[in-house]
Every structure is written in structure tokens, then in C-alpha cells.
Write a protein that binds this ligand. Structure first.
Ligand code: NHW
Ligand code: NZE
Length: 391
């Protein structure tokens, strides 16, 4: 609970759990204004035997080292049955958007083999918060090897990435986590839509509802073999401009959202095999595009099962529905994911998602994803006011 002592976070410019609400303090930074000249010029001190190392994620060998660290040491579910298994291609996609800064992708090396024991990443994002534009760093992939846990190494990684971001005259950040630390700007819930119920029951991801034989459970969750939306097709380069306009227009409806450049829309939404899928709806008569759907591929390793080693998971990404009902659009995303042999389709209750989860037979997940700002005070938002998906 929040009244716990947070040695590190109580020293950081984030709202305190106990602070009195003062509306006049909202929509501004928490820290005293600083300039780049105030930023510590040298990296933070690491324990003896460890060194800082920038990671060139575009270099296959270095990307493999990050993959190896994360696939063994990154986020597990509460029951330690599954662990995220981000692929190398996914990491390269997530961490090299237009305008990224190489020195914001780095880790800690040590030992005889100069092994990678820790990692953290930042990418620049243009956020809009209650109508105010704030350039931030989006922090992700914080990971410390299991053999080095609870030695406060994470706090050094966080302070170092803060320092490196500050050197670019950026003083705010956005991040999400399953853990509850001071202080969430929103507490969202994740939901799962089974696509391969038999496998999900076999690996313990789902349990058969009471008095429901497997055959009936499978029938309950069956989806059409083909999509229903006319004119649905994979996004291509020539769609970037219209998808860019549709996305920014749609996201401006939310209290907290990102603003994407065309180059960022091309980077984050053009289909990449095994990473991200985007489909546009091209009106067969007018050839106009007014809707699109997208989901990203993030498998989880199944930690304790002899036969099944990987859970193939699709995650709801950005979806805009202007001429098609959102429910039908997302149902078509489910159908495509099933056609592509995904086992489950995950979604947060952010944006408009909560309005379609039940109808589309999603089941509620066992935990939350909290959204956080660093050094920016806002009132707490409901999930349907959040228009940002962090991978
Ligand atoms: C202006 C720019 C600013 C940029 C920076 C913005 C801030 C960015 C913040 C980062 C955003 C990342 C977002 C992201 O990547 C998505 S959330 C996923 C984070 N990664 C994992 O969960 C992977 C598995 N776990 C680990 O690798 C370790 O357990 C980690 C590394 C998590 C902690 O390593 P450890 O060996 O277990 O722990 P110590 O070194 O002893 O440190 C303990 C302190 O760390 C605090 N802690 C624990 N988990 C945290 C988390 N997920 N966020 C923030 N803080 C977290 C904890 O509350 C405690 O502080 P307290 O004593 O005050 O309570
Ligand atoms: C977002 N990005 C920062 C990775 C990340 N970190 N921590 C997390 C905790 C939950 C989710 C999440 C987000 C959306 C979703 F539909 C299901 C999720 O978790 C499933 C349960 N689970 C937790 C861990 N392994 C499996 C992601 C994350």
C-alpha cells in the first residue's frame, strides 16, 4: 500500500501519497525549475566491478544481449507462470523511433565476460496532458538480473536515465508498471480474450468455468473464420498520411495522449512481421479510409510446462472507428489474430475499450497496469481518459 516507506521514490519529484490536494498545483512540474547547466555532468557511481554501457539496439549482437537479459529476467505474472518474451525485432521497433537518442538506451555490465546485468531505455515522446503539450521521455524495459536484485541497482539506473534525459533539457517522463509506487496517474485493468481456449486451459492461463465441458467452452468462444468489415486490408506506406490524421484526431479526445508525427505513425503502425499488424478499412466505393485497427505481438514464455513453451499473445494497440462500430472493428481484430494463430488477445480498459470487453467475451485479468508521470502533477484519471499505449 502507498503509505509504505519508499526510500527512493520519496526522494523523487513525484506526488507523495499523503500530500493534500491543491488544484492550483496541477498541470505543472513538481521539482524546482532547473537548467541543463545544473545537471550532473558525470554518470552516477556504480558498485565496484560494474560499468555503464550504451546499447546500440540496431546492432544484432547487442540486441541479442538485451533479449537474453529480458527473456530470463523481465516481468513475470504474479504467479510466476509466464514471463514476457519480447523478440529482438520487437525491441528494435520499440526503441528506435524517429529522433531517438542512442545514449538513452544503456545498461550495466560486469564480471569476467562483461555480461549485461541491467538495462533501461528511454525514447522521446510528445505528450498532451489536459490540452498542454509536454515533451517527455517514455521509460521502459527497466530490468536487473535476478542475481543482483534488491541491491538498489534499479535506483541507480533510474537516476542515470533521468540525468541523461535532463541533459536534453527534458524534465518529465511517462512510464507504466504493474507495481504500485508513488503515485499513479491512472490505474488500469487488463482483460484477456481467449482465442485458443484448449491451450489456455492446458497451460493454466484460463480455468474451465464450472459445469462447462471443454467442447462447450470452445464453442462459446468460437469466432467466425473470416472478417466481416468490407474493405479491410493491411496498412501500406501510401496510407501513412491518412492514418496519421485519423490517429491524432481520435487521440485528441483523451485527457492524456501522445501526438504522433507522420514519421512516427509510419514507424509504429506500418506492419512488421512478428511485431505489429495494422489494417485499414478502405471504403470499396469511395476508396476513402476512415477506420483502422492495430495490435502488437508480445509472446510470453510459459515457465513450467513440458509441452507448451510459448504463449502467443496479441495486444490491442491503436484503433479508430468512424464508419464502423468500434465493437465490430475489434471483433475483426480478434478474427485476424485467430487466423494468425494467436492464443489470446489482451487489452487494457483504456480509451473506449471498456465499452466492448464484455460483449466480445474478454475475461478480466488478475492485475493492473498503473500509469505514471515523473515530475508532473495531475489529478488521477479514469482509464477511459488515457489515450496512450506503452508496449
Ligand atoms: C525526466 C526523466 C525521468 C526518467 C526516469 C523516470 C522514472 C522511471 C522509473 C522506472 C520505470 C520503469 C518502467 C518499466 O520498465 C516497465 S515496469 C517493468 C519493470 N521491470 C520489471 O519488473 C522486470 C523484473 N524486475 C526487475 O528487473 C527488478 O525487480 C527491477 C529492476 C524492477 C527492480 O530492481 P530490484 O533489484 O528489485 O529493486 P532495487 O534495485 O533494490 O530498487 C528498489 C526500488 O525500485 C523501485 N521499483 C521497483 N520496481 C519498479 C518499477 N517497475 N518502476 C519504478 N520503480 C520500481 C522500488 O519501489 C524501490 O524503490 P522504493 O524503495 O522507493 O520503493
Ligand atoms: C506495458 N509494459 C511496460 C510492460 C509491462 N510491465 N509490467 C506490466 C504488467 C502488466 C502488463 C500488461 C498490459 C496489458 C495487458 F493486457 C496485460 C498485461 O499483463 C498481463 C499479465 N502479466 C503481467 C506480467 N506478465 C503477464 C504489461 C506490463
Amino acid at each position: 500500500p502507498l503509505y509504505d516507506i519508499h526510500e527512493f521514490w520519496d526522494s523523487q519529484p513525484v506526488p507523495k501519497a499523503y500530500e493534500k490536494i491543491d488544484e492550483s498545483m496541477y498541470d505543472q512540474q513538481i521539482d524546482v525549475p532547473k537548467t541543463v547547466a545544473d545537471v550532473r555532468p558525470e554518470p552516477y557511481t556504480l558498485p565496484p566491478g560494474y560499468t555503464w554501457a550504451n546499447i546500440d539496439i540496431g546492432n544484432r549482437t547487442e540486441a541479442q544481449e538485451v533479449y537474453d537479459l529480458l527473456t530470463q529476467n523481465y516481468v513475470e505474472d504474479d504467479d510466476n507462470m509466464f514471463r514476457f518474451d519480447y523478440s529482438i525485432e520487437f525491441l528494435q521497433w520499440a526503441l528506435t523511433p524517429p529522433g531517438f537518442h542512442k545514449e538513452w538506451l544503456f545498461g550495466v555490465r560486469g564480471g569476467k565476460k562483461n555480461k549485461l546485468f541491467g538495462f533501461i531505455s528511454g525514447i522521446p515522446v510528445d505528450t498532451k496532458i489536459r490540452g498542454k503539450q509536454v515533451t517527455m521521455a517514455e521509460i521502459n524495459f527497466l530490468c536487473v538480473h535476478k542475481s543482483l536484485r534488491t541491491k538498489r541497482l534499479a535506483t541507480v539506473l533510474i537516476k542515470e536515465v533521468t540525468r541523461r534525459v535532463n541533459l536534453h533539457d527534458i524534465w518529465q517522463a511517462i512510464y507504466t508498471a504493474g507495481v504500485l509506487i508513488p503515485l499513479p496517474i491512472s490505474k488500469t485493468t487488463y482483460w484477456h480474450r481467449s482465442l485458443n481456449p484448449k491451450k489456455l486451459v492446458e497451460v493454466g492461463f484460463s480455468s474451465l468455468p464450472a459445469n462447462t465441458p471443454m467442447a462447450r467452452y470452445v464453442k462459446l468462444l468460437k469466432l467466425p473464420g473470416e472478417t466481416s468489415v468490407k474493405g479491410l486490408r493491411e496498412m501500406q506506406k501510401s496510407d501513412v498520411k491518412v492514418v496519421h490524421d485519423l490517429l491524432n484526431a481520435y487521440l485528441s479526445k483523451f485527457e492524456v495522449h501522445l501526438h504522433f508525427t507522420e514519421a512516427e505513425v509510419a514507424h509504429f503502425l506500418l506492419p512488421r512481421a512478428g511485431v505489429v499488424d495494422t489494417y485499414v478499412v478502405e471504403n470499396p466505393q469511395t476508396k476513402e479510409i476512415k477506420d483502422f485497427l492495430s495490435f502488437y505481438h508480445l509472446p510470453s514464455s510459459i515457465l513450467k510446462h513440458e509441452v507448451h513453451k510459448t504463449l502467443r499473445v496479441a495486444y490491442c494497440y491503436y484503433n479508430v472507428a468512424n464508419t464502423v462500430p468500434m465493437e465490430e472493428l475489434i471483433r475483426n481484430a480478434l478474427i485476424i489474430a485467430k487466423q494468425k494463430d494467436f492464443d489470446v488477445f489482451n487489452a487494457l480498459d483504456i480509451m473506449e475499450n471498456e465499452t466492448l470487453l464484455k460483449e466480445l467475451k474478454f475475461g478480466i485479468g488478475d492485475g493492473n497496469l498503473h500509469y505514471y508521470f515523473y515530475n508532473w502533477r495531475v489529478p488521477e484519471f479514469k482509464p477511459n481518459q488515457i489515450g496512450i499505449v506503452l508496449v
